[in-house]
Design a protein around this ligand. Structure first.
Ligand code: HEM
Length: 529
């Protein structure tokens, strides 16, 4: 058979499926008598293809929210998306109707690349439930607290490194986040992320994933049937990439796992998440190696940044550590921009803790302004401006708006829009921790929306929260962050520019990081012993 006949044969079922779905959807819409939620007017066949933003989409979706309301509908090439711009609607759908809104959209390349095991991608069902349960057992609030000694030890290591090479602060916070997760999950100590075999493995596997799942990256995501084509056909080079990716992913899951198995005699390894999971499965007399590997590799970063900060573009969909890195980079940025706010937080620390010891977790309730500052970091630049897309698993009618899940409507929680809601956050573009005080007292808004919604809410949030707080409080107590100066002593302005992608990072900026005093330096040196 020549290529042309082959593609005609292939194309007919693809087109039939495409138009069949479209007709079925129109029929369902017609028979329900309800319109879609409002949104930009679609064109025949292509829908809103031309309007769907390809860059910084949260800004466009927020504008649509202002024009069309809390729930906006758009479609492109037969795919429907619904964008949730208001906190009330998010809570109505993702929380009150979580049995309908807890699926994930299907991205065919994810399976082809060998990433379908990842908790964050798994469809809502039994496999997701089992993995999530295991994950929760080791990251729920009370258990996450037992990881605090690791977090504090690594934060102190960060302070030591900041004394020596402050200009590399971005690399240092990446090392911090990776080191905490590796020590927690595998009992494994990394020194510098850039040299570490396990971390590099995870980065390489994630880089292929990210390049292939971004919208429009590969035709396979639009026409899943193409995934069955053999790799030798022209235009099917993705099969080769997929084969390489599957090998990397397997190695990423098994290599650190084998490290734990071989080193179980060491205390830290035996007490790691994987060590405890192995002991529990042994006690039950069964082998759960496969699911343990999956849970562990999701936790330690089921994806990764490339080493250079300039390429931190939307990496790492479900990696906890890169979300942590983004939030901490924002912290450095805002401290350099707002010396008055930094001083206020430092004064609070000095007056409550003094200058002769470093902050501890027990100090947290006594430091309300530091708490407010931390919340404002999460609100001002949410790490995942669009959260992670959910999908519907059943038809639903919401406030007379019809959302149609023929093959799972994608439902996007626009966290960016919610953190810009002027009825809640006056002057939302201003970095202002005081907004979290009501009548002089810290209020209850902990910006939990930064961690998502409903049954899919981030299961690593307690661990992430502790890492972020300890890092922010420890740096404030020992260092001054300011704008960098040029050779003539003039301050260098900082352009506030953030990357595009699932995870949004501030782009590279210079700042000066100096110890606050000789006492602060001695305190940091003392942590090395
Ligand atoms: C600043 C730190 C972090 C932020 C802002 C963050 C935020 C999020 C968000 C918004 C979601 C999607 C929730 C939804 O679908 O509604 C998510 C999912 C997830 N996060 Fe995090 N996260 C952070 C750190 C972590 C850490 C440290 C871990 C692991 C220890 C982690 C593991 C996960 C996993 C496994 C999922 C997928 C859950 C599922 O689909 O059931 N995250 N995170």
């Amino acid at each position: 058979m020549d290529y042309r006949s082959f593609f005609v044969l292939l194309g007919v079922p693809v087109l039939l499926k495409f138009f069949g779905e479209k007709l079925l959807r129109l029929w369902k819409q017609y028979s329900s008598g309800l319109p879609f939620p409002p949104g930009p007017p679609p064109r025949i066949f292509v829908g809103n293809y031309a309007e769907i933003p390809t860059e910084l989409s949260w800004l466009t979706y927020t504008d649509w929210g202002k024009r069309y309301g809390g729930l906006v509908h758009a479609s492109a090439l037969g795919q429907h998306i619904v964008i949730v711009n208001s906190l009330k609607t998010a809570s109505d759908l993702f929380e009150k109707r979580s049995h309908i809104y807890s699926d994930r959209p299907t991205v065919p390349m994810v399976e082809l690349l060998g990433w379908e095991f990842n908790l964050g991608f798994l469809p809502y069902g039994e496999r997701w439930r089992r993995q999530r349960r295991m994950f929760q057992q080791h990251f729920r609030r009370d258990i996450a607290q037992t990881y605090r000694p690791i977090q504090i030890r690594k934060v102190h290591k960060l302070l030591q490194e900041l004394l020596v090479r402050p200009q590399e602060f971005r690399e240092l916070i990446r090392t911090l986040a990776a080191a905490i997760i590796m020590a927690t999950v595998y009992g494994y100590e990394i020194q510098r992320e850039t040299n570490d075999y396990f971390v590099t493995l995870s980065e390489n596997a994630a880089n292929i994933l990210v390049a292939s799942v971004l919208p429009g990256a590969l035709a396979v995501n639009v026409f899943p049937i193409l995934r069955h084509l053999p790799g030798w056909l022209p235009g099917c080079g993705f099969q080769q990439i997929a084969a390489e990716s599957r090998v990397l992913v397997e190695e990423m899951k098994s290599a650190p796992f084998e490290f734990v198995k071989q080193n179980m005699v060491e205390d830290a390894v035996a007490k790691s998440v994987v060590g405890r999971l192995l002991q529990a499965s042994e006690a039950r007399g069964r082998s759960d190696d496969s699911i343990i590997q999956e849970v562990a590799s999701v936790a330690y970063g089921a994806g990764s940044d490339t080493v250079s900060t300039s390429s931190m573009q939307g990496r790492n969909l479900f990696s906890g550590r890169n979300k942590t890195v983004s939030a901490l980079a924002t912290f450095f940025l805002v401290m350099a921009l707002h010396p008055d706010i930094q001083k206020k937080a430092q004064n609070e620390i000095d007056s409550i803790i003094g200058t002769h010891r470093l902050p501890e977790y027990g100090d947290r309730p006594s430091l309300p302004f530091v708490e407010a500052l931390y919340r404002e970091v999460q609100r001002w630049r949410p790490v995942l401006p669009l959260g992670v897309a959910h999908a519907t698993s059943e038809d639903d009618i919401y406030e007379e708006l019809w959302s149609d899940p023929i093959s799972g409507t994608t439902v996007i929680s626009n966290t960016w829009a919610m953190t810009r809601d002027e009825s809640v956050y006056t002057d939302p573009e201003r970095f202002n921790p005081d907004r979290f005080f009501t009548e002089g007292k810290l209020n209850n808004d902990d910006v939990g929306i930064a961690f998502g919604f409903g049954r899919r809410i981030c299961p690593g949030r307690h661990a992430a929260d502790s890492t972020l707080w300890a890092t922010i409080a420890s740096i404030l107590s020992t260092f001054n962050i300011a704008k960098a100066k040029d050779e003539s002593g003039k301050e260098i302005d900082i352009d506030v520019v953030y990357s595009d992608g699932f995870i949004s990072h501030p782009l590279a900026f210079a700042c000066s990081i100096t110890p606050r005093s000789e006492t602060a330096k001695s305190l940091i040196h003392a942590t090395a012993h």
